[in-house]
Design a protein around this ligand. Structure first.
Ligand code: FAD
Length: 383
């Protein structure tokens, strides 16, 4: 077992650290307050190769293994979870699904743009009435000659108002396969597709989260990705890897919480001495440090399993479950170290806590991860 990084992986991590320091850190508070990340960041992410990690160079990708992907995701999460999420969705859920399930024409049409940042992808699974029970979705795809006609509403879609293409999941009426769900690559400028930004989020305020409404949206049958009726497999395989990406982002949040808490504890004085000298403050800091290490090791294990071609879905659920809960704990402990100053956004820890909170909700809530892990261990589904 080797828990160290290769020279190449360490270089990728340094590249990501420098990128965050230069392009993200100076703007984080302003983007959060404005409820919008500067969209220009997407092109910059593409230029440095972060939107093409693990994708073949033949399709514009920058190659690399899943550990490198985790390292970059962690650093982006350490800098700004809103930016991290843009990558986790456009690359992690959309481009990687196109690479895994798309035919040659679909790969050539979408991957160069998605990996360069010319195009942004979003993942349309959740609906107003179906979140955890995603397989029960009600968006319809009705075959009409050489086309499908799509109707329905998608909720909470990350990158939704920015995206050029949505990987959309719909029930195709005549599909015999798994629950009859099929996946489609739908350009967002297709007539009948409208989008509404969802404002007032607790965290990830810089992200363009949207509701997508489809009214008789007509796409050619060639927009379907994967076989008819097999769309749920496309969604679940994307989420199995996506959970690793969320976990890596959570490691980044927890690490940022640790850095901030250690620095502040060394600067702040109470009772005539540095608060770092108070044992209960050291307890808060050591609890964060253990959470960071445990979450990171669970996350790296998933990357290692994927890169070795081993089964990884249950380990990905464990990593996501632990890392998301750990990120919330870590950010909350860091806020405690900051006292009242942690509660205002001139300091970073309040945002870390707000951004961490959603991690226990999306790509499967903590309860859903427990049911997935329980099912894998017992062989009994408790959904
Ligand atoms: P519900 O499913 O209604 O769950 C409510 C509660 O019931 C939760 O505590 C849940 O754990 C619990 N529960 C449900 N079923 C069970 C059960 N069987 N046993 C025990 N407890 C249960 N979706 C996308 O498709 N694409 C995106 O890009 C995307 N981005 C998002 C971004 C943000 C900021 C947010 C908030 C959400 C996003 N989502 C996205 C949606 C997200 O994946 C869902 O919110 C999530 O799956 C939970 O669904 P729900 O909100 O409908 O909650």
């Amino acid at each position: 077992m080797n828990l160290g990084l290769s020279e190449e992986q360490a270089a990728v991590r340094q590249l990501a650290r420098d990128f965050v320091e230069r392009e993200i850190a100076p703007h984080v508070t302003a983007w959060d307050r404005a409820e919008e990340v500067d969209r220009g960041i997407v092109k910059k992410l593409g230029e440095v190769g972060f939107l093409g990690l693990t994708i073949d160079e033949e399709y514009g990708g920058s190659g690399g293994d899943h550990l490198a992907y985790c390292l970059v995701t962690e650093e982006l999460g350490r800098g700004d979870s809103s930016v991290r999420g843009i990558v986790s969705v456009s690359l992690g859920l959309v481009a990687k699904s196109v690479a895994a399930w798309g035919n040659e024409e679909q790969k050539r049409r979408w991957l160069p743009g998605l990996t360069s940042g010319e195009l942004i992808g979003c993942f349309g699974l959740t609906e107003p009435g179906t979140g955890s029970d995603a397989g029960n979705l009600s968006t319809r795809a009705v075959r009409d000659g050489e086309d499908y006609v799509l109707s329905g509403t998608k909720m909470f879609i990350t990158n939704g108002t920015w995206a050029d293409v949505v990987l959309l999941f719909a029930r195709s009426t005549d599909a015999p396969g798994h629950k009859g769900v099929s996946a489609f690559l739908v350009p967002t400028d297709t007539p009948g597709l409208t989008r509404r930004t969802i404002h007032g989020k607790l965290g990830l305020r810089g992200q363009a989260t949207a509701e997508l409404v489809l009214e008789d949206v007509r796409v050619p049958a060639s927009a379907m990705i994967g076989a008819e009726g097999k769309g749920f497999s496309v969604a679940m395989s994307a989420l199995a890897k996506g959970r690793m990406s969320v976990a890596a982002g959570c490691v980044g949040i927890a690490q940022a919480a640790l850095d901030a808490a250690v620095q502040y504890a060394g600067e702040r004085e109470q009772f005539g001495t540095s608060i770092a000298r108070h044992q209960l403050v050291q307890e808060l800091i050591s609890d964060i440090a253990v959470d960071v290490d445990a979450a990171r090791l669970l996350t790296w294990r998933v990357a290692d399993l994927i890169d070795r071609g081993e089964p990884f879905a249950t380990e990905s659920s464990k990593a996501k479950l632990f890392a998301s809960e750990a990120a919330v704990r870590a950010a909350s402990n860091a806020l405690q170290v900051f006292g009242g100053y942690g509660y205002i956004d001139e300091y970073p820890v309040g945002k870390l806590l707000r951004d961490a909170r959603v991690m226990t909700l999306y790509e499967g809530t903590s309860q859903i991860q427990k049911l997935l892990i329980g099912r894998a261990l017992t062989g009994v589904s408790a959904f």
